[in-house]
Design a protein around this ligand. Structure first.
Ligand code: GLN
Ligand code: ZN
Length: 733
C-alpha cells in the first residue's frame, strides 16, 4: 500500500504565500524575488509532505493564484483584453485573475460545493489553444529531487465543462487533445510514471450524455502515451455512471470514500481488477480526526478488493480546503484540540492507515474515533412572514419614501491598514477596548458622511468592527471556537479562518445593535442592520459532524432571530441578512438538493419571520447563476435580494422575469473583486439593460458585494461613478 496526497494547502503556515503575492502586486518586490520566494515555498510544501511520510507527493498543485487559471494560461486561453506585448508575462496572468486598468478580470466561480473560487477559463471566438509551457512538468522536475511524486493536471473534461465560451465539448476536446498528449509525452520522457488527472466533473449528473466524448478523449490518450499511467481523480461525491466509466482505458481511479455512495458502488459493482485505486479515506473537507474504527473497516474491505500494491491511501480531495496544521493551536476550549486534524495531521493519519498491519498503528487509529453518528436535533419548521411581499412593500414604501433605483451598498466598507492595525492593537492589548471602540465609531462616522455626500439612499455602518462576517458572529455567539492560524484559501490571496462549531449555538445578548444605532443617530437616511444568515454561518464554519446540518442551521437561526428583534426594537427598520454561501451548500447531486433547499430556506425565514410588516428584510448573494436556484431563493421571501448583475447583464434579469420573481432586486452593477474602477458608462449600460426586462420599481442599485477589500480611493471613486450612472438613468425614466 502507498500513502498519497492530492494537493497541499497553499497559504503557508504563516500565510507567507499570501504575503508574497500581495507584496508583489503592490510592487514592493521584484519579479525575480517573487519567483524565487514562490519556488522556495513550493519546495517547502513538497518537503513537508515527504517528511510526513507520504510516498507519492503531488507536483503541479502549487500555483500563484489558481489551478484553473494555470491550466488556461498554459493552454494560451488568454483573452485578447489581457494580452500585452509579453503575453506570457505575470502581468497577463494576474490581469486575468484580478483585472487591470483597461481589462476586467475573468469571472470567478465556486469550485463545486466548496468555498474555493476558481478563475473561469474563457474561450474566445475561433480560438486555437496551444501549449505555452508545461507546468506539471516544470513542477515535477523541481519536486522529484526531493520526493517521489506524481504530476497533477486538471483533466480535459472538467476543464472544458467549467470553461465558458466553447461551442461544444467535442470541439473543445479536439482542440485540447494534442496539447494534453504533448504534456503527457514530455512528462513520460522526463521520468514520470503516474499522472493524477483531476476529473471532479465526473460526479455531475448528466455525465451519461458526454460519455462518448469522454471515451474518445481517454482512448486517444491511451493510444498516444500507452506507457504513462493516468489516474483519474474524482472527489466531493461518487462518480456518475460508475460501471461504464470504470471501463475507460486508464490505469487507475481516485475516489472519494467520505462522500456519496462510493462504498456501495464498489460493493455492488466491484472495482476493476487491474487498476490502481487511490482511496480517499481521510476527509479533506473537514477538520476532524477520522473515525478510526470506520476507517479500518473500510480499509479491510478495500484490501480484499484491490491488490495492496495497487492501493493508494489518501485524503478525499486536495487539502487546500483545510488549514495547514493544528500544531500550536493552544487557545481552544478543553478537549477540542485532540479531535482536530488539519492538513498535516491528515497526512499523518494517511500514513498511519497505510501501516495498519502494525498493531501499534491499529491501536492509534482506534483512538482517533470521536464522532458518532449524527443525532437529530431540533428539526426545522416552515415559518413565514404574516403578510405577502406586496402588502409589505406598500407599507414599507410609505415609511421609507425612497427614490426610484435607490442606491445602497452591501455592508462592508474599506478595511484600510488603519482599521486592521487598530484591531490588531486591540487584540494584542496595546489599546483599550474603549480606544478601539472610539476608533470604530470615528471610522463609522467618517463613512456615514462619505455615503451621504455620495448620495446613497440607504446607508450602512461599514462593518469596521468585523474581521470577517462569520467569525464576528461566531465570536459573539456561544458554541463557536477559533483557531489561531486556521486559514483556508477562498480565492487568490484571500483566505478565511472558519470558526469551529463545537457546541450548541446560543445568543448571549445584542451583538450589532449599539453600533448600528450609533450609525443611525448620525443620519436621517435609513441605516441597514447587517447580519450574516444562518446558512452562511453554517456553510462557512467547520461544523461538528455528530449533528445534522439542518439542526445546526436551525439553532443558529434561533440565535439570529433574537438579534433581529433586538435591532427592530431599537428602531432599525431595514435589516440585511446575508446569505452569500446559500448556494454553496447545495448538494452536487440533483437528487439530494431538494431536502437541502427546504431546510436552508426554513432556517433563513426562521431568522426573522415574525418581524413587523414595515421592517424591510434584505438579503445578499454574491453570484449571478440563478436559473436553477430561483424557485428556492424566491421562497426565502426577502423583500430585497442583492446579486451580481454586471456579469450576467440583462440576461440574468431575464431569468428573474421568466420565473416571475416578484420581489425587489439589488443590481450589483460592478465587480468589487477587482481593483479596477468601473466607468459611469458601463454601469449605466448594465442598468439600462436590466430596465429593458423589468420596471425600475423592482430595482435597487449597489456594488455586487461588500467593499472591505478595496482601498478607500477605489471604493469612493467606484461608488461615485455608480451614483452618477444611477442618477443619469433616473432622470431618463
Ligand atoms: N455584508 C457583507 C459585506 O459587505 C457581505 C459579504 C459577502 O457577501 N461575502 O462584506
Ligand atoms: Zn457578496
Amino acid at each position: 500500500m502507498y500513502s498519497s496526497n492530492q494537493g497541499y494547502p497553499r497559504m503557508g503556515q504563516d500565510r507567507e504565500w499570501k504575503r508574497t503575492l500581495e507584496q508583489f502586486w503592490k510592487k514592493e518586490m521584484s519579479e525575480e524575488e517573487f519567483s524565487a520566494r514562490m519556488k522556495k515555498l513550493k519546495s517547502i510544501h513538497v518537503k513537508k509532505q515527504a517528511d510526513a511520510g507520504i510516498h507519492i507527493v503531488p507536483a503541479g498543485d502549487f500555483t500563484y493564484y489558481d489551478q484553473m487559471l494555470d491550466t488556461a494560461f498554459m493552454f494560451n486561453l488568454i483573452p485578447e483584453r489581457h494580452k500585452s506585448d509579453h503575453p506570457l508575462s505575470l502581468g497577463s496572468y494576474f490581469s486575468m485573475a484580478r483585472g487591470s486598468d483597461d481589462a476586467h478580470a475573468c469571472a470567478m466561480k465556486k469550485w463545486f460545493d466548496t468555498n474555493y473560487h476558481y478563475v473561469v477559463p474563457e474561450w474566445e471566438e475561433d480560438y486555437e489553444p496551444r501549449l505555452n509551457f508545461n507546468k506539471p512538468l516544470e513542477d515535477y522536475l523541481e519536486a522529484k529531487e526531493a520526493a517521489e511524486c506524481k504530476p497533477v493536471i486538471i483533466g480535459p473534461y472538467t476543464f472544458i465543462i467549467l470553461s465558458k465560451g466553447c461551442h461544444s465539448l467535442k470541439e473543445a476536446a479536439d482542440k485540447l487533445l494534442p496539447l494534453y498528449i504533448q504534456c503527457f509525452r514530455e512528462l513520460k520522457e522526463h521520468g514520470a510514471e503516474l499522472v493524477q488527472v483531476d476529473e471532479p466533473a465526473f460526479v455531475y449528473e448528466g455525465l451519461e450524455e458526454d460519455l462518448h466524448v469522454i471515451f474518445s478523449i481517454y482512448e486517444a490518450f491511451a493510444e498516444a502515451v500507452p506507457d504513462l499511467k493516468l489516474l483519474i481523480q474524482t472527489y466531493f461525491e461518487a462518480p456518475e455512471a460508475y460501471e461504464k466509466l470504470t471501463a475507460l482505458p486508464v490505469s487507475g481511479w481516485g475516489l472519494d470514500f467520505t462522500k456519496g455512495n462510493t462504498i456501495e458502488l464498489l460493493k455492488t459493482h466491484g472495482f476493476p481488477k487491474d487498476k490502481i485505486l487511490a482511496a480517499g479515506i481521510v476527509d479533506g473537507r473537514n477538520i476532524w480526526r477520522t473515525n478510526g474504527a470506520a476507517a479500518l473497516d473500510l480499509l479491510y474491505f478495500l484490501i480484499h478488493e484491490v491488490q495492496p500494491a495497487d492501493l493508494h491511501i489518501q485524503p478525499s480531495c486536495s487539502l487546500i480546503h483545510v488549514p495547514e496544521t493544528a500544531e500550536g493551536e493552544d487557545g481552544l476550549p478543553e478537549g477540542l484540540l485532540e479531535n482536530l486534524a488539519f492538513a498535516q495531521e491528515k497526512l499523518e493519519e494517511v500514513v498511519t492507515l497505510v501501516n495498519a498491519e502494525n498493531a501499534d498503528a491499529r491501536e492509534k487509529i482506534l483512538q482517533w474515533s470521536t464522532s458518532s453518528q449524527p443525532e437529530a436535533g431540533p428539526s426545522s419548521k416552515s415559518l413565514r412572514r404574516a403578510q405577502s411581499f406586496s402588502e409589505r412593500t406598500r407599507l414599507q414604501q410609505r415609511v421609507f419614501r425612497l427614490p426610484e433605483l435607490p442606491l445602497t451598498t452591501i455592508g462592508s466598507l474599506p478595511q484600510t491598514k488603519e482599521v486592521r492595525r487598530n484591531r490588531k492593537s486591540f487584540k494584542d492589548g496595546t489599546i483599550t477596548k474603549d480606544q478601539y471602540e472610539r476608533f470604530i465609531q470615528e471610522e463609522t462616522k467618517r463613512w456615514i458622511n462619505i455615503q451621504e455626500e455620495l448620495g446613497m439612499d440607504v446607508l450602512v455602518h461599514g462593518e469596521f468592527e468585523r474581521n470577517d462576517m462569520v467569525e464576528y458572529f461566531g465570536e459573539n455567539l456561544d458554541g463557536f471556537a477559533f483557531t489561531r492560524k486556521g486559514w483556508v484559501q477562498s480565492y487568490g490571496s484571500r483566505g478565511v479562518k472558519p470558526p469551529v462549531i463545537y457546541d450548541d449555538v446560543q445568543w448571549r445578548g445584542p451583538i450589532t445593535r449599539d453600533l448600528t444605532l450609533y450609525a443611525q443617530s448620525l443620519t436621517e437616511k435609513p441605516v441597514k442592520g447587517m447580519l450574516t444568515g444562518p446558512v452562511t454561518i453554517l456553510n462557512w464554519s467547520f461544523a461538528r459532524e455528530d449533528r445534522f446540518s439542518e439542526s445546526i442551521a436551525w439553532s443558529i437561526a434561533q440565535a439570529l432571530r433574537k438579534e433581529v428583534h433586538a435591532l427592530e426594537e431599537a428602531g432599525i427598520r431595514m435589516i440585511q441578512i446575508d446569505e452569500p454561501a446559500f448556494r454553496e451548500g447545495l448538494p452536487l447531486k440533483a437528487s439530494k438538493q431538494e431536502s437541502y433547499s427546504r431546510w436552508a430556506v426554513n432556517a433563513f425565514r426562521a431568522s426573522h419571520y415574525d418581524v413587523k410588516a414595515e421592517t424591510q428584510i434584505h438579503t445578499h448573494m454574491c453570484y449571478s447563476e440563478f436559473s436553477e436556484m430561483l424557485p428556492v431563493i424566491s421562497e426565502m421571501d426577502a423583500d430585497v435580494l442583492s446579486i451580481e448583475a454586471s456579469k450576467g447583464g440583462g440576461e440574468l434579469i431575464r431569468t428573474f422575469k421568466d420565473f416571475q420573481y416578484d420581489k425587489s432586486i439589488g443590481l450589483g452593477v460592478y465587480d468589487i473583486h477587482s481593483p479596477r474602477i468601473p466607468s459611469v458608462k458601463e454601469m449605466e449600460a448594465v442598468i439600462r439593460h436590466c430596465l429593458e426586462v423589468l420596471p425600475a420599481e423592482r430595482f435597487w442599485i449597489n456594488p455586487d458585494c461588500g467593499l472591505k477589500t478595496r482601498s478607500e480611493a477605489e471604493a469612493v471613486k467606484s461608488m461615485e461613478n455608480m451614483a452618477k450612472a444611477a442618477r443619469i438613468v433616473r432622470e431618463s425614466l
